[in-house]
Design a protein around this ligand. Sequence first.
Ligand code: ADP
Ligand code: MG
Length: 187
Amino acid sequence: MPLVIISGLPSSGKTTRAKEILNYFNDRFNRERQTNRIHLINDESLGISKDSYQDTRVDEQHSRGAMLSAVERLLSKDDLIIADGMNYIKGFRYQLYCVARAVGTPHCVVYCGVSIDTAREWNTKRGAEGYGSTVFNELVSRFEEPDDRNRWDSPLFTVLSDDTSVSCDAIWDAVIVRSPKPPNQST
Ligand code: ADP
Ligand code: MG
């Protein structure tokens, strides 16, 4: 089953959108009497606090490592994964894409395309739940926006701040209707 990679700035609505996608897939699997499992993986499910992004890149690497190993462990022919993390480093999205390829299952990227000002505003509204301003600025400066000219960022679905919903029908068509790639297919 596919790997759905969420990407976006801190507090850009990733978890909100991820849950919307989760509900859509759950409903549709039920309706079509498919018994596939869906795993939502994020900092909360991995037990990683926002302080992990505080100031050392070592801690950040630890967060990425936890995400990658959870995806490696859970992604299978029967289980769909929503990787709800910032996934802001291009090379890291490439690594996630390679896991999907190794399993022989499709992937896609859902990018929460929200301006820095809007993300900052939403972050401030979160109060203590949000990222500290130094961490927020650091993460923003390191963000590498998905680009669908890269095979690991394609197909790419961008959801804007004022979009009422994610294009879940289109995501379904891209990753479920499309038959799985055989493993070891060269690109
Ligand atoms: P992330 O997972 O990217 O950090 P969240 O989904 O947790 O972001 O959302 C961050 C904050 O922004 C939350 O307080 C949420 O209620 C708010 N938020 C998310 N999406 C929207 C939206 N489309 N419009 C207004 N506020 C939003
Ligand atoms: Mg989140």
